[in-house]
Design a binder for this molecule. Structure first.
Ligand code: HEM
Ligand code: HEM
Length: 184
């Protein structure tokens, strides 16, 4: 389950390592790597792929009936790890400029990560099996009902933010590749 926070610690270690690599590139370049440089571009692409996996894989596993796909709770941990590390790589990709649509995409990324932490908090309030399935009867029915209502309210906010984020990211990628890469 999520109570051991392993996925948060692993994401923190990964982000520290990638910050070290980023710092080394800043020193050797004598400046912030541009979003369209090899390094900045690579960060953007890998980060985005991780975010895309975050958006899709857990939902696919949640709706799959194939037990051999591994525990749902492990997939949620993986979801959180990729969501944090992918978003952080994309943040380093921005070269700390947040103009126009690309800036709005970054803002949506930050919002979805914050919303993820709220969802994670509500999720852990509901008693579950090791596989992540809800357990009936361990909490008072009233408290359990409230936690479920909150979780479903959270889903109705979190999912559209994710969709808006990916639409704006795809438009940004198309425009950035066209103007900053292919027209050069
Ligand atoms: C959610 C994912 C992404 C976010 C939030 C994001 C955000 C940003 C931001 C804030 C900038 C700086 C814009 C400015 O100069 O004000 C930027 C630049 C850029 N991004 Fe992304 N990006 C993402 C994914 C990608 C991907 C996957 C690619 C490549 C396929 C890409 C290609 C570029 C390029 C080429 C630039 C430089 C544009 C220029 O120099 O005018 N980005 N991005
Ligand atoms: C790129 C960032 C992220 C995206 C695009 C994203 C997207 C999603 C989507 C689409 C769902 C709905 C899954 C479903 O019910 O089918 C979801 C659920 C969830 N996400 Fe994320 N997420 C991101 C980051 C995070 C982060 C950083 C956390 C925690 C810190 C998190 C925690 C959760 C939790 C707890 C659920 C609910 C699981 C459930 O009810 O079964 N997410 N996320």
């Amino acid at each position: 389950m999520l109570r051991d926070n392993k996925e948060l610690w692993s994401a923190l270690v990964f982000c520290i390592l990638i910050t070290g690599v980023y710092g080394a590139v800043v020193v050797s370049n004598q400046g912030i790597p541009a979003a369209s440089d090899f390094f900045g571009h690579t960060l953007g692409i890998i980060g985005f792929v991780l975010m895309l996996m975050t958006e899709t894989l857990y939902s696919l596993r949640k709706r799959s009936r194939l037990a051999s796909w591994g525990r749902l709770s492990s997939w949620l941990k993986f979801h959180i790890f990729m969501g944090l590390t992918g978003s952080y790589m994309v943040l380093l990709h921005t070269s700390w400029k947040f103009n126009g649509l690309a800036g709005a995409t970054t803002l949506l990324t930050i919002i979805i990560v914050c919303s993820g932490f709220i969802g994670r908090y509500i999720y852990t309030r509901i008693p579950r099996t090791m596989d992540g399935l809800e357990i009936e009867g361990t909490l008072s029915q009233e408290a359990l009902k409230r936690a479920r209502q909150l979780m479903s309210l959270w889903h109705t906010i979190h999912i559209p933010i994710g969709i808006a984020l990916f639409i704006s990211a795809f438009v940004h990628m198309g425009a950035a590749l066209y103007y900053a890469t292919f027209l050069k």
